[in-house]
Design a protein around this ligand. Structure first.
Ligand SMILES: *[C@@H]1O[C@H](CO)[C@@H](O)[C@H](O)[C@H]1NC(C)=O
Ligand SMILES: *[C@@H]1O[C@H](CO)[C@@H](O)[C@H](O)[C@H]1NC(C)=O
Ligand SMILES: *[C@@H]1O[C@H](CO)[C@@H](O)[C@H](O)[C@H]1NC(C)=O
Ligand SMILES: [Cu+2]
Length: 240
């Protein structure tokens, strides 16, 4: 009798444990926790490390879109992956929705290239005295206002003015060629091409394979925990 009651008491636990089969392990004390979103999202920014979501919430935005970053600050962009590619392409305030390199007589802007997988990409701020403007080159996105800035001034060529200029380009936005990632940049530089994002990884640009490995290990341990609970429940039913 006691054992039957105990087995029945375990049933809700089993139900609560089932999301673990999908690789998500809610804390045992909070079985109502929602499953994590499929798209990786940027971890919170810390001192010296700013994290920006690309296409946050499935919208044509960078979030946050306007940041302040001193020399040596790393700015990491988290791409969602999925059907709609995005880019982080350095722009020129005077020529919205055009890459900086096309306008600036040889100085080449950074460009992540179009990315349709869950990658992350990091810029290192090298001159905090100049505004850095960027946009998404995926067709129509810039004209929809998918732009951002680092160290934009609070008057004149502000983030708001940059976005308004992009929206003004609107449907007349030119489709830009994509030649893949371009390192370098003006005011902020990329030293590497985009790399796979491990969801829930630390802000460090390296070690994504380590994090990937640990989330694999978490899946294994989550399913062993599930088997253990299930085994226990079956055993209790037999005892009853
Ligand atoms: C960022 O660039 C500065 C020099 O501009 C360099 O000293 C620093 O090590 C770089 N940071 C990283 C993480 O590469
Ligand atoms: C950041 O680095 C740039 C380029 O070396 C320099 O001109 C600027 O003064 C530095 N900013 C600060 C706050 O020192
Ligand atoms: C953007 O950020 C800068 C600081 O980098 C700030 O001065 C400016 O007011 C901000 N603009 C908007 C529109 O939030
Ligand atoms: Cu985009």
């Amino acid at each position: 009798m006691f054992s039957t009651a105990f087995s029945l008491a375990l049933l809700p636990l089993l139900a609560a444990a089932s999301p673990q089969q999908y690789g998500y392990a809610p804390p045992a004390s909070n079985p109502t926790t929602q499953a994590a979103a499929v798209a990786p999202s940027a971890p919170a920014s810390t001192s010296g490390q700013i994290n920006i979501d690309v296409g946050a919430g499935g919208n044509f935005v960078f979030s946050p879109a306007n940041v302040t970053a001193s020399n040596g600050t790393l700015v990491t962009f988290f791409f969602p992956g999925g059907a709609i590619p995005h880019s982080v392409t350095q722009g020129d305030f005077a020529n919205p929705c055009q890459p900086l390199s096309a306008q600036s007589g040889g100085s080449s802007g950074f460009d992540s290239g179009l990315q349709s997988t869950g990658v992350q990409w990091t810029l290192n701020v090298t001159n905090d005295q100049i505004p850095i403007y960027f946009f998404c080159k995926s067709p129509t996105h810039c004209g929809l206002g998918m732009v951002g800035s680092i160290n934009a001034p609070s008057t004149g060529n502000t983030f708001d003015a940059w976005q308004a200029a992009a929206v003004k380009v609107g449907a007349s936005e030119q489709t830009l060629q994509d030649n893949g990632p371009v390192t370098g940049g003006v005011g902020a530089i990329a030293t590497a091409t985009p790399a796979a994002t491990a969801s829930g990884s630390s802000s460090s640009g390296s070690g994504s394979s380590g994090s990937g490995g640990s989330s694999g290990a978490m899946r294994v341990s989550a399913s062993s925990a599930l088997s253990a609970i299930f085994g226990l429940a079956v055993a209790m039913l037999f005892v009853a």
